[in-house]
Design a protein around this ligand. Structure first.
Ligand code: PMP
Length: 286
């Protein structure tokens, strides 16, 4: 069945949805995006993603094409039109179509391009990989310096994901100045004793919406949280490791560069945080 997608105010069959070849997103990667998960037909942590979208748009001075309420209405319409029970909604906002290519930004009144589409993922929160955990490799972090902006500039993360797969791993943890920044499309954590360690917020990592919720819930559950960088060697010696993102929720990591982490099986704290997170998020879903 063809999907119904959203393009600049219209709901169209995916085959009829078109964007100009001069669109700044296409020509310059001059756009931002968000991914919101859907469980039981409801949007998970929509306000968190909404806030980051606004932050990314402000950081690039793209301007705000729609009100917060209009996004919510549009997301709900896409869920309904595509009968999504479990899945994902991708939203892309670009600086629009100036009608030609130029490094300079187009005039401020150039309408932004807004595109959104759904992906149906039945059983999104029942991923069988949770039982076995992911294996990761490390790679130098060669992404740009403003990783806090959720831009569509995803070439290096995509190359790193392919390199991980070529080595039989599930993902790569990116390393800069000897310390892990984050995964290719997720935030990275290790657990030692009762303490969860994850890199502090800065321009070096994307401020994960799942990260914010998981750290809040971990503190509420009396777990210790240390926001600091850690090395791949420290990760190899940890009791547990995991990643978080809007599509993987909390996913255990069991191996790094071929070395087992802890027992080599998904850890208890990751398992508990996943449960707490999904419980809380289903309760607050919109
Ligand atoms: N870091 C990067 C580089 C990402 O691409 C993502 C996923 N979009 C995340 C972290 C996790 O962010 P979130 O929890 O908001 O999905």
């Amino acid at each position: 069945m063809s999907r119904i997608v959203y393009v600049n105010g219209e709901y169209l069959p995916e085959g009829d949805a078109k964007v100009s070849i001069f669109d700044r997103g296409f020509v310059m990667a001059d756009g931002v995006y968000e991914v919101v998960s859907v469980l039981d037909g409801k949007l998970i942590d929509f306000p968190g993603h909404q806030a980051r979208l606004n932050r990314s748009l402000d950081a690039l001075e793209i301007g705000q094409p729609m009100t917060d309420d209009a996004y919510l209405e549009m997301f709900r319409a896409l869920v309904e039109k595509n009968r999504i029970n479990d899945g994902l909604i991708y939203l892309q906002v670009t600086r629009g179509n100036p009608g030609d290519r130029d490094f300079a930004y187009p005039p401020k009144d150039t309408p932004q391009t807004v595109v959104a589409f759904t992906q149906s993922k039945p059983g999104l929160a029942e991923n069988p990989a949770v039982k076995t955990g992911w294996r990761v490799i490390t790679l130098p972090d060669q992404r740009w310096d403003r990783r806090d902006i959720k831009t569509v500039q995803l070439l290096y993360p995509s190359m790193a994901k392919m390199a991980a797969k070529a080595q039989g791993a599930d993902d790569a943890w990116l390393v800069e100045d000897g310390k892990v920044t984050e995964g290719t499309s997720n935030n990275a954590y290790i657990v030692k004793g009762n303490s969860i360690v994850t890199r502090e917020l800065s321009n070096d990592i994307l401020h994960g919406i799942t990260r914010a919720a998981v750290l809040r819930l971990a503190r509420e559950a009396q777990l210790q949280v240390e926001e600091r960088g850690f090395t791949p060697e420290e990760a190899a010696q940890a009791d547990e490791a995991f990643v978080t993102s809007a599509s993987a929720f909390v996913m255990p990591v069991v191996e790094i560069d071929g070395a087992k982490i802890g027992s080599g099986a998904p850890g208890k704290i990751a398992e508990r945080l996943r449960e707490i997170y999904l419980d809380e998020m289903r309760k607050t879903a919109l």
